[in-house]
Design a protein around this ligand. Structure first.
Ligand code: BG6
Length: 457
């Protein structure tokens, strides 16, 4: 594996939706910052020319923030296109020619999961895996056995240090801030455990449907799409112990992996699936689809810190808001010193990751006046906009430098599948919900006895 920076970027899936939404804007931003100065080769099945690829890049960048002609010209000069079937050796031969003298490419597989193994084998046979790195999109597998199979294929070709399994949530500034916040401050640590925390809630809400991704979504569903990856990663960051020993990328990944491994496989009885009304009318979706667009699960961890503390996780399309938020609910004071006016809502720690970082403490304060009467307030102590560096820009840059800190390691991916596999194998029935509501009412029973979900207003 090269320790030096990659000297070319080859991205497979160049004509696809992910390239259009994320990769071109990321490449453009890298060029603008002076962070990309190597040939960029787009590969896909269509018989396009390099000019067609450049035009597609221009449209994408125009739509995602606008084009500065000088910056775009610099990107366009680096871009070339290779068209061909991923199953055919000639395609990889053409990639080799396009690489010219570049000897340490980064191959980014932004293609459907069913083609990951095909592309890795194609690269290996063409000798294009030597001294190269590979970035693999999510979902990495469909369940634990298929993830293991894919790991076997990828690790037989690339060493683990050259494999970058992407979970773009890890490239988000607020997600890194969550980790930073936990371990750069001392005040949270004494209470961040089962002695003080009653429950933890993680919500990822989107106020839009699956849009034109019906076909992809039918294969995925909310659990595979975001719970197995983004939300279990956030749960791991909340639950993990401080990284121990020598500081470095691996110490963080070790601590996170340990938290993921401590998560118990989810009991299907502790999972609720929902589907918004209208989903079945989406192009590419079966008329009788049983795929979930909403999922809520109760997760438990077998650690001293978290034994007995439920982690409630929910994610859904077409909910009333677009946000990702963590709410930790604290135990109530042992006695009601001020009678019923003392005990309002429980204290909470709220950390919002999107659309911007917000951290707040929910507390009870006295209403001015003679009576000892209280009210609930939120003490907000941090509100920052998100960094302008988009996750894909950061992650591609890291991968080109060989820094895997913000990528998911083999053992983490497998631990994530182990947690969700029971629900995927024996999925509970799917309940419908109205668009712009907080999912099916059945999700409320999961948190019954824990004061219900904290729905953002
Ligand atoms: C992706 C999922 O991984 O994350 C999408 O496939 C989801 O379904 C998206 O919409 C959310 O990411 P972001 O960065 O837009 O919050």
């Amino acid at each position: 594996m090269p320790s030096r920076d990659s000297d070319a970027l080859v991205f497979f899936g160049a004509t696809g939706d992910l390239a259009y939404r994320q990769i071109f804007p990321a490449l453009y931003a890298m060029v603008r910052r002076g962070h990309l100065d190597v040939p960029v080769i787009g590969v896909a099945g269509r018989p396009w020319t390099s000019d067609q690829l450049r035009e597609r890049a221009r449209q994408s960048i125009q739509e995602h923030g606008g084009v500065d002609q000088e910056t775009f010209a610099r990107l366009a000069a680096k871009l070339t296109y290779v068209g061909g079937d991923y199953h055919k050796p000639e395609t990889y031969e053409r990639v080799r020619q396009a690489l010219g003298t570049a000897a340490r490419p980064l191959h980014y597989l932004a293609i459907p999961p069913s083609l990951f193994a095909v592309a890795v084998e194609g690269l290996a046979k063409a000798g294009l895996a030597r001294d190269a790195r590979v970035v693999i999109e999510k979902p990495f597998g469909r369940d634990l056995p298929s993830a293991r199979e894919l790991n076997a294929v990828v690790t037989s070709t690339f060493p683990e240090s050259a494999i970058f399994r992407i979970d773009h949530y890890l490239g988000k500034e607020p997600v890194q801030n969550l980790l930073f916040f936990r371990f750069a401050n001392a005040f949270l640590e004494p209470v961040w455990n089962r002695n003080y925390v009653e429950s933890v809630e993680i919500t990822m809400a989107e106020d839009f449907g699956v849009e034109d991704r019906g076909k992809f979504y039918e294969e995925a569903g909310a659990i595979r799409d975001v719970v197995q990856s983004h939300l279990l990663q956030i749960a791991a960051m909340l639950a993990m112990e401080p990284p121990a020993g020598e500081r470095g990328p691996e110490s963080i990944r070790d601590a996170k992996a340990q938290a993921l491994k401590a998560m118990k496989p989810i009991d299907p009885a502790a999972a609720v699936r929902g589907q918004y009304r209208g989903y079945r009318d989406t192009a590419g979706v079966a008329r009788d689809s049983q795929v979930e667009t909403f999922a809520a699960v109760r997760l438990e961890l077998e650690t001293w810190r978290w034994a007995g503390v439920p982690f409630y996780i929910r994610a859904g399309k077409y909910l009333p808001a677009r946000l990702t938020e963590v709410v930790a609910r604290f135990k109530r004071p042992p006695e009601d010193v001020f009678g019923s006016d003392g005990s309002g809502k429980p204290n909470v720690f709220r950390y919002r990751l999107a659309p911007r970082v917000e951290a707040a403490l929910g507390a009870r304060v006295k209403i001015p006046g003679e009576a000892m009467v209280g009210r609930d307030v939120e003490l907000e102590f941090c509100r920052t906009p998100c960094d302008e560096m988009a996750p894909y820009e950061r992650l591609l840059g890291d991968a080109m430098h060989g820094d895997a800190t913000l990528f998911t390691r083999e053992d983490e991916v497998e631990a994530e599948w182990r947690v969700v596999d029971p629900v995927l194998a024996a999925p509970p029935p799917v309940h419908s919900y109205e668009p712009r509501t907080w999912g099916p009412p059945e999700a409320d029973r999961l948190v019954a006895g824990d004061d219900g979900w904290q729905n953002a207003t």
